[in-house]
Design a protein around this ligand. Structure first.
Ligand code: ADP
Length: 402
């Protein structure tokens, strides 16, 4: 059975085609710069060289069409026709209060997704267009929506409400939603396997540290709190995002910087975080290098980032009543021994001890704590596409198409 996973971002469509029985990735790739000059598709068929196709892609619909064309073409194709794809798993960023698990898409689901647009104006519209394009081009395939927010729907009210007038929640759904749920859920599941315990018995904090960064406190396989909030701007300091700040700063920055509200929000989303402090880059590789060369503000940015993560880890422990394991994942979590060391050093008071040599390993599934550490520390490469494919496959077996 073949499952296509699609992740439609604001100007990109990432895809991966799985053969589920054989656990093989038949092809993966990316349509980029959609709607801009220079749009193209980078296609990686299994066992063959990467192929780059420059192609005018005015919108996401055309991008999905072009991806299917390449995947079924004589030269770089991996399947004979689109009918071989039995299901498509769509990553959907925001499911609002409506979705606490993956769903098979129907008209009602599309309606609810459209209602969530005001919560994720940049992300949900391309997600919806991607679903509609696939419905048109693969009418027999099951379309499944897998949400970044769904995993966090198990948070208790005390964790997801903000202390603003309750009516703002009742009438306008102002609450913490949380994001990166697909990744948090995936690595938590893998961590239980690595530790040889049941997920139901595990208290784990997963640290998804990439361009966007968030932590999730998980007990019994359920998210009980997370650091991102109403939007992905909240929580940790990130590559370009400020994370938690005093909300009064927004008005003050607007007045002092002579900026409108949307301009302030743009600064907090795109020009803050590690980029804003270092003045060098949002990419940790650049900032780490500059810090090693004695650049003070880069060192400060790394210190502030890792301090914000260790502080947040400690603050999440009450949500799960203790801590058995800490998991690092995503670009920085998987690849930066320096950041992992900085974070764990501030947690030594809890008895967390890193094995310095194992910590030097990058991008591999590995335990990096010493045998005496009170908390097991793991590095687990995330694989959101595999998680989406698995969810989609599960929905297929529960909802056979014919
Ligand atoms: P996204 O949120 O876009 O999916 P990723 O999970 O791919 O982000 O993480 C991207 C970030 O990972 C880069 O900005 C970079 O800072 C960091 N990164 C990747 N490789 C390394 C490395 N070897 N050392 C330090 N940081 C790294």
């Amino acid at each position: 059975m073949k499952v296509l996973v699609l992740n439609c971002g604001s100007s990109t469509v990432k895809y991966k085609l799985f053969n589920m029985e054989e656990e093989r990735v038949l092809a993966s790739g990316l349509a980029e710069r959609i709607g801009s000059p220079g749009s193209r598709i980078i296609h990686r068929p299994e066992g063959r060289e990467e192929y780059i196709l420059p192609k005018g892609l005015p919108g996401h619909h055309e991008a999905v069409e072009a991806i299917l064309y390449i995947m079924t073409g004589p030269e770089y194709g991996v399947i004979k026709n689109a009918g071989e794809i039995e299901a498509v798993g769509h990553r959907v960023v925001h499911g609002g209060n409506y979705f606490s698990r993956s769903v098979v898409v129907n008209d009602k689901v599309l309606e609810l997704l459209a209602e969530c647009i005001s919560l994720a104006p940049l992300h949900n519209p391309p997600n919806i267009i991607g679903i509609q394009a696939c419905q048109k081009m693969m009418p027999d395939a099951l379309q499944v929506a897998v949400f970044d927010t769904a995993f966090h729907q198990t948070m208790p009210e005390s964790a997801f409400l903000y202390a603003v007038p309750y009516e703002m929640y009742e009438h306008h759904l102002v609450r913490k939603y949380g994001f990166h749920g697909i990744s948090h859920q995936y690595v938590a599941g893998v961590s239980a396997g690595m530790l040889g315990v049941r997920l139901e018995d595990l208290r784990v904090i997963t640290c998804h540290l990439g361009n966007g960064a968030s932590l999730c406190a998980i007990r019994g396989g359920k998210s009980l709190d997370t650091t991102m909030g109403f939007t992905p701007l909240a929580g940790l300091i990130m590559g370009t995002r400020c994370g938690d700040i005093d909300p009064a700063i927004i008005q003050y920055m607007s007045e002092k910087g002579n900026m409108g509200l949307s301009e302030v929000m743009e600064v907090l989303n795109k020009k803050s975080g590690v980029l804003g402090i270092s003045g060098i880059s949002s990419d940790f590789r650049d900032v780490e290098k500059a810090s090693q060369n004695g650049h003070h503000r880069s060192e400060l940015a790394l210190d502030m980032f890792s301090y914000s993560v260790s502080k947040a880890i400690a603050s999440l422990i009450p949500a799960i009543g203790g801590l058995d394991a800490l998991v690092f994942t995503a670009g920085i979590g998987e690849n930066s021994p320096d950041i992992r060391r900085r974070i764990c050093r501030r947690l030594e008071y809890m008895g967390i001890r890193l094995d310095e040599e194992k910590n030097l390993i990058r991008g591999e599934k590995i335990g990096i704590s010493t045998p005496g550490s009170t908390v097991r520390v793991l590095v687990i490469p995330t694989d959101e596409e595999r998680m989406i494919a698995g969810e989609t496959w599960g929905m297929c077996t529960a909802n056979p198409v014919s």
